[in-house]
Design a protein around this ligand. Structure first.
Ligand code: GLU
Length: 518
């Protein structure tokens, strides 16, 4: 096979938002395809009507687009193998299931859910906890292998609901060649006769997935480890259809584990442990519950991509930050490990901090913009030059996008309250007088900038014996309302003389009249 013909697919079921494990699967497929100059397909696997969640497909498409990667063929874009939504392909699966029935690899089963549950319960009572529909039990169940032909044909004629099950051979070896795990050998004795086609006229995941991978000429199936147990069944289906020679290569990606390494990172872990597990926020349409997303929490898509790239793949070098182009050129399945990778929320933040630092001033200003709008900051207060100097002062301390505003709001809004704890701690009997004197000196300054302020502070502290901190700490409280913020000289110089003096006056008045506490 020529490498250029490499075709991979990301095949989510629209049963809810896409967990970051799913985003990672999509990413690895994308990197793999791009590296080989192949094709990346989005196929929506929506044949399970009971689990269909409205809005989930759009969520998947939009959140992956936010992450920065898209598809060559998809329900939206179309392509040579359209439709790409399985619910629109039901006629196709009917032909293929018939083929399996005709060749004796599948059979009709009429057992109701209730009767199977009853049998399961009975088996449990007699100590068998793993009752399954298989080569041993099928003989005693209601199907076209156990029932006389006229009986089951009659059932069908009468419209008794039925499913179609695969007839798993009794004792054969199935080998799954996995590009990450090597050979995985399974005996069919342990497999059950899975339902391939349901009574609602739609296929199950297994049949639709294999038929579509075949029809869409998929060369590599790259998916999560949770699908490894299904792989032997899929290999058998390829065998029964006579497609074994052109079966795609499998690669089952390792799990993403909880931060403590105890089990798979689940949907609920994020909000429970204080970090998102979804690329973008999701509101459950049934419960109204909102799950937080990386985007809304202030992560940059390039950071999310990097976080995920490192959860399972290892570049084999010390390099930690990659552009998408670098990931494409370096990614390989050989460097994907077998073992689960722990999700580290602190490292995730670290990645974001790094990418925040890589952003240009203009880009960061754009990221700050929504807050300026929300707080209706007058454009005259936020000129491009002013914004640029504010960003330069707060950038380094910003790990997540909202940190930009949280570290900078006081450049745009005067404090209304003053931290009383700080006030009690730093305000001394002489403070009001020192500040008033210092402000008078500032008022006389012809040039108000960082250097001239610095000189004035030197002069003032030397001539009065007032210590640097005795002047700077109260000034900061007056400017910011707390003990937060960048270097005092930078802060004052950026605010400008007029604002510096205004805040000093207002603050002194409020604090000394006892009106400004919080
Ligand atoms: N529809 C499956 C899922 O939801 C696809 C698994 C596969 O890639 O084969 O993840």
């Amino acid at each position: 096979m020529k490498e250029a013909q490499c075709r991979v697919r990301f095949a989510p079921s629209p049963t809810g938002p896409l967990h970051i494990g799913g985003v990672r699967t999509a990413l690895y497929n994308y990197l793999f395809a791009r590296r080989l100059g192949g094709t990346m397909i989005l196929r929506i696997e929506d044949t399970d009507q009971n689990r269909f969640v409205p809005g989930a497909e759009a969520y998947i498409v939009n959140s992956l687009a936010w992450c920065g990667f898209g598809f060559d063929e998809s329900p939206e874009k179309g392509g040579p193998h359209a439709p790409y939504r399985q619910s629109e392909r039901s006629a196709i699966y009917k032909t293929y299931i018939q083929q399996l029935i005709d060749s004796g690899h599948a059979y009709y089963a009429f057992d109701t859910e209730a009767s199977l549950n009853e049998m399961r319960e009975k088996a449990k009572e007699s100590g068998n906890h793993s009752f399954q529909y298989d080569h041993q039990t099928r003989k005693g169940l209601q199907n076209s292998l156990s029932l006389p032909e006229e009986v089951w044909k009659n059932y069908m004629a009468e419209g008794v609901p039925y499913v179609v099950r695969i007839k798993i051979p009794e004792n054969e070896q199935v080998t799954v060649h996995d590009l990450i795990r090597g050979e995985v050998l399974v005996s069919t004795a342990n497999l059950d006769d899975k339902v391939l086609f349901k009574s609602d006229g739609l296929p199950t995941y297994h049949l639709a997935n294999v038929v579509d991978d075949y029809l869409m000429k998929i060369t590599h199936v790259i998916r999560g480890e949770e699908w490894l147990p299904s792989a032997p069944l899929h290999v058998l289906l390829y065998r029964f259809f006579g497609w074994e020679d052109i079966m795609p290569k499998f690669a089952h990606l390792p799990l993403i584990l909880k931060p403590d390494g105890n089990g798979k990172l689940s949907k609920r872990d994020g909000d429970r442990l204080g970090f998102p597990v979804f690329p973008t926020a999701w509101k459950d349409p049934a419960s109204g519950e909102i799950y937080s997303g990386y985007r809304e929490s202030g992560y940059l898509p390039e950071a999310v991509v990097n976080i995920l790239a490192h959860l399972g793949w290892n570049p084999g070098t010390e390099q930690e930050l990659f552009s998408m182009e670098e990931l494409i050129s370096q990614f390989s399945l050989e460097r994907v490990g077998k073992h689960g990778s722990k999700f580290d929320p602190e490292k995730a933040k670290w990645f974001n901090h790094q990418y925040m630092q890589k952003k240009s001033e203009e880009e960061l200003i754009l990221l700050l913009q929504p807050w300026l709008e929300k707080h209706q900051i007058d454009p005259s207060v936020a000129s491009p030059a002013y914004l640029a100097s504010v960003i330069a002062l707060v950038k380094e301390r910003a790990s997540l996008v909202p940190d930009l505003w949280n570290n900078a709001w006081f450049f745009f809004i005067r404090p209304e309250t003053y931290d009383q704890q700080v006030y009690q701690k730093i305000w001394q009997p002489g403070t009001t007088g020192w500040i008033t004197d210092f402000a008078l000196a500032v008022e006389k300054m012809a040039d108000f900038n960082k250097d001239s302020l610095h000189d004035l502070v030197q002069e003032y502290t030397t001539s009065t014996g007032v210590k640097m901190g005795q002047l700077m700490n109260p000034l900061r409280l007056l400017m910011v309302g707390s003990n937060q913020g960048p270097g005092m000289m930078d802060l004052a110089a950026t605010l400008g003389k007029e604002e510096f003096l205004a805040r000093t006056e207002i603050g002194l008045q409020k604090l000394t009249s006892g009106a400004g506490g919080n």
